[in-house]
Write a protein that binds this ligand. Structure first.
Ligand code: GLN
Length: 500
């Protein structure tokens, strides 16, 4: 788009974050126009997608009008008036925050999460809340109290999870970008399933203050966007030390947006290929796409080296002990006293039981029971303590691998998006889908998912770029060089009404 009078070459909902910022800066569009176009699109698509759990047109348009007024008065902030959708796990003052759970129905955030405060300071408009598996526990959004989100590429398939609403909303052009969270793959797996870009930053790089806690030694907040550059811009805006989250690092946040925008080749970059990630269990179609993406990276000048991550096969077992253990502690606070819903308040014990029994869904209960079990006296050493030791071995594997390479490439998921209902009756099948993502959280390092093509069924797949702690710059550089050489991120799902 060049000027207000020109016919826009890109329909408004299809503008990415940087494109929207440029169009606003040029005066080619107002924030109110952009927000209205996105709201209209959501009205048309939501009956089928269910990616958004809440939106208030009057609220979004009022934010947009304020941004337009500020811009007219000379406010130069580049993201001023750009809309984003926010996972229903992050507190936005005055908007509901329910973590996809009935136990938080009716809860309205009294404050902004730190990441939201930073986006607000940059001028972002908070457009809508996105669907999530309940308390981010799941890989399909099917455990949400709002019902499942559907994959925009195939409405009978899941969008992944837990941030399936964020990924589907971005893929379907209901928002240029979204915030999400990743405890064991919840940014990268839905990004891969929906053909968009997702970044899980290093543990300690982004504040979790105001993010509903699932497993506190694993949780990270990050962006889902349509390009690596857009993801880099959001990341750069939200990252850095926060006195409200003592796990955040004081290391300065390196500027990465321009690095991503300019990245065109991979000369001088060593990319590690872990043989364990191409073993049994990886679907042939996803394997072929991943191998083609790796070949493309070599063409761009990267040197490929073999690496080994021998303990990664224990990642699922380790994660599904540690994450439920931490969740059982974190979810103790939902007792009917402090937040949201309350049931059966005749006597205290009954009130706790009734509130938690009615408020939590089956998967959350399963995790709380599992977590309580592995922490109970007599079992603590056999499970929890041992899982901690395995976690140290997984981390050491990555340290050894990164002595030989700058980034590790592999698949994000063992298969493309599965059908709704296909795995919801067999939790272990669902958990096994996290095989490539959980190790990155257990090691506390950085992982990026970049679209790397489509299966013969027309379903997207993601290339996983994993880098050492605090090397988001390398992940984004590699992902952007690959993305600039490939067309996959430019395709939109054919959704009626009209593909944007
Ligand atoms: N699918 C994983 C789980 O169910 C990861 C979820 C997440 O990253 N929030 O725990």
């Amino acid at each position: 788009m060049t000027a207000a009078s020109d016919t826009p070459s890109t329909p408004l909902p299809a503008l990415g974050l940087a494109e929207a910022a440029a169009a606003l800066a040029q005066g080619a569009v107002t924030s109110v126009q952009l927000v209205q176009a996105l709201l209209d699109r959501a009205d048309a698509l939501e009956p089928r997608l269910n990616a958004l759990t809440w939106r208030d047109p009057a609220d979004a348009l009022a934010q947009a009008a304020a941004a337009d007024a500020a811009r007219a008065a000379g406010d130069p902030r580049p993201l001023l008036g750009v809309p984003m959708a926010i996972k229903d796990l992050l507190n936005v003052k005055g908007q509901p925050c329910t973590a996809g759970s009935n136990i938080l129905r009716g809860y309205v955030s009294p404050y902004d999460a730190t990441v939201i405060a930073r986006l607000r300071a940059a001028g972002i408009v908070f457009l809508a809340r996105t669907n999530t598996d309940e308390f981010a526990m799941g890989g399909s959004t099917e455990t949400s109290a709002y019902g499942p989100t559907r994959n925009p590429w195939a409405l009978d398939r899941v969008p992944g999870g837990s941030s399936g609403g964020s990924a589907a909303a971005v893929a379907a052009c209901e928002a240029p970008a979204a915030l999400a969270s990743d405890t064991g793959g919840s940014i990268r797996q839905p990004a891969a399933f929906c053909g968009v870009t997702g970044l899980k930053p290093t543990y300690g790089r982004v504040s979790r203050y105001g993010c509903v806690a699932f497993a506190s030694s694993l949780d990270q907040v990050g962006p889902i966007a349509r390009t690596v550059e857009d993801a880099a811009w959001v990341y750069e805006t939200i990252a850095g030390r926060d006195l409200h989250d003592s796990t955040t690092s004081a290391r300065p946040v390196e500027p990465v947006r321009e690095l991503a925008a300019a990245s065109r080749d991979l000369r001088g970059v060593r990319l590690g290929i872990p043989r364990e990630y191409f073993a049994e269990g990886l679907a042939d179609d996803v394997r072929a796409l991943t191998e083609a993406a790796i070949a493309q990276c070599r063409e761009l000048g990267a040197e490929l080296v073999d690496v080994t991550l021998p303990h990664s096969r224990h990642g699922i077992a380790c994660y599904y002990i540690l994450a439920p253990a931490e969740a059982s502690a974190n979810l103790a606070r939902y007792d009917g006293v402090r937040y949201g819903a309350r049931r059966g308040d005749d006597d205290l014990q009954h009130m706790y039981e009734a509130t938690r029994n009615e408020g939590f869904g089956a998967e959350v209960k399963r995790r709380v029971i599992l977590g309580t079990y592995v922490l109970s006296s007599g079992f603590h050493d056999a499970y929890y303590r041992r899982a901690q030791r395995v976690r140290a071995l997984i981390r050491a594997d990555f340290d050894a691998a990164f002595a030989r390479c700058d980034a590790i490439l592999g698949p994000v998921t063992p298969t493309a998006a599965f059908r709704l209902g296909e795995k919801s009756a067999t939790p272990v099948q669902m958990y096994l889908g996290d095989i490539f993502t959980v190790n990155v959280n257990l090691a506390g390092i950085c992982g990026l998912s970049v679209p790397c093509g489509f299966t013969p069924d027309g379903l997207p797949a993601g290339l996983h770029v994993v880098t050492p702690a605090f090397r988001e710059d390398t992940a984004l550089r590699v992902g952007a060089a690959y993305q600039h050489a490939t067309p996959f991120h430019l395709r939109h799902p054919a959704l009626d009404p009209a593909t944007p």
